[in-house]
Design a protein around this ligand. Structure first.
Ligand code: B1M
Length: 215
């Protein structure tokens, strides 16, 4: 198989043997982000489709996810880090009840490689923890990720809680994850939230929103 397809296949099959060598070969002609965005994410998309249609079982999805993580970790040192530091702070978490963190961690990598401090709280984080981390770290924005349909309701509750705590106007909120869409976030959720909530389709939109917050 050509190199790009081989990398996709490795993600789909959860095959880590020889993965780093293939990544190093790809790095000779392409940038790390390009490899993630084209080959690795295409592979994850196929995994999602196979899982969704019942053709792939959960343990294999987990292997694919682990392979994806390994690949991203291997590529991370090859991303152009910005010279600027401390452009602003983003507190980032996957919401309560949700374990999906590959997308969130990509947001972390891309935003932190562009000069921001990212406080990555991990997965299954209740809003109380997210809110205190924002306060303690003097955050400029809060980012929440969630992939499950039920996480969209958790996000709605989280926004209500930020309002209740009087923190809504203090922290612009960025939401991302496959179960969300722009209309749901920027119309439905925004209507009920006294602060500002925006939708990021991918990690780059997350970065753009962070830039907008700091502008
Ligand atoms: Co799960 N899972 N999973 N899973 N899983 C989905 C989400 C699902 C759509 C699969 C399917 O059915 N087709 C489905 C949800 C269905 C629904 O809710 N209606 C599902 C399910 C059902 C489940 C379980 C319930 C399965 C079970 O136990 N029976 C279970 C849930 C456990 C829980 O959370 N409580 C579960 C478990 C798992 C694994 C552990 C095996 C593994 C996760 C491993 C991990 O993350 N460490 C896993 C995986 C890998 C997936 C799929 C296949 C791939 C997700 C992924 O990593 N994509 C997924 C199918 C899919 O999404 N199509 C699926 C790649 C990643 C880069 O994309 O996270 O979307 P994504 O991030 C994008 C953007 O969304 C955006 O930027 C990223 C790209 O640049 N983004 C942000 C994300 N967060 C952002 C935050 C931002 C900005 C942008 O700012 C704050």
């Amino acid at each position: 198989l050509p190199l790009g397809e081989r990398l996709q296949r490795r993600i789909i099959d959860g095959e880590t043997k020889g993965l780093e060598a293939d990544l190093d070969e790809a790095l000779e002609s392409r940038g790390a982000l390009d490899i993630i965005n084209t080959d690795l994410l295409t592979g994850m998309k196929v995994v999602g489709e196979l899982f969704g249609s019942g053709q792939m079982q959960l343990p294999f999805v987990l292997q694919s996810a682990q392979t994806m993580k390994l690949a991203v970790n291997h590529l991370e040192p090859h991303m152009d880090a910005s010279d600027e530091a401390g452009k602003g702070t983003l507190v980032l978490a996957t919401v309560k009840g949700d374990v999906h963190d590959i997308g969130k961690n990509l947001v972390d990598i891309i935003v932190s490689n562009n000069g921001y401090r990212v406080v990555n709280l991990g997965i299954k984080q209740p809003i109380s923890t997210i809110a205190s981390a924002a306060e303690e770290n003097h955050a400029d924005a809060i980012g929440m990720s969630g992939l499950l349909v039920k996480s969209t309701m958790v996000m709605k509750d989280n926004l209500a809680e930020l309002d209740r705590l009087g923190l809504a106007s203090k922290y612009p909120v960025i939401l991302g994850g496959a179960a969300l869409n722009r209309a749901f976030v920027e119309q439905d959720l925004q209507e009920q939230f006294s602060g500002q909530v925006r939708y990021a389709r991918d990690a780059f939109e997350g970065l753009a929103l962070m830039e907008a917050v700091m502008a």
